[in-house]
Design a protein around this ligand. Sequence first.
Ligand SMILES: C[S@@+](CC[C@H](N)C(=O)[O-])C[C@H]1O[C@@H](n2cnc3c(N)ncnc32)[C@H](O)[C@@H]1O
Length: 211
Amino acid sequence: MSLSLSQDAVMDLALDCGRNLSVQQAGLVTTYLQLLEKWNRKMNLVGPRDWQTMLTTLVIDSWNLGDFLGDLDLGDDDRILDLGAGAGLPGIPLRIFWGKGDYVLVEPRHKRAMFMQTAIRTMALARTRVASCRVENLPPNDLPARLVLSRAFCPWRRFLDIAGPLLQEDGVCLVMANTPEPTQIPTGWELKRATSYPVGTDQRSFWMFAR
Ligand SMILES: C[S@@+](CC[C@H](N)C(=O)[O-])C[C@H]1O[C@@H](n2cnc3c(N)ncnc32)[C@H](O)[C@@H]1O
């Protein structure tokens, strides 16, 4: 793929994926992809090397997630924890499409945390910040959370084990998966809702759990 990265090219490719981006959204997605391409040349942030694959296999999850979370009733002070956020996925592009709550990207690797801080500042994302630590070491003032989510952090049952103690009483967990929703739900959890969406020829899913 050789087309250079521009706001128009981002809009066109998103449209090919079924997403009509506003000019403002396309501008912010373009800024994120520019930063990601640049930093990814010097350090290992994400697998894809070109912006087109980053858009069609990574950022695509975030706009679909924004749609899925759209109904969730969250105030500005409701905390959201994104565990093992890496280069800011799903969180940083998600904030372009869904701005509710107080969003904390949890990532212990210093350079990845620095990348996210740079992206948040450059994109002027509201109520979005980085906790540069392991989830086990989150400070008490970052807990509890109304929503805990993650992408490619650990197997989903293990994720529920980790996320459960971080949740407030009415909190929910969001699993991002490459398979349809499970029929066997871990004891103590309820699958509240689930959906699937296409990514190329594959299907990916979101599952929302509550206790
Ligand atoms: C496979 S990467 C996924 C990154 C990103 N969510 C994505 O989808 O591209 C997993 C991330 O989890 C982070 N991580 C590993 N152990 C962690 C822990 N105990 N607490 C928080 N993050 C952790 C790693 O540093 C890494 O950036």
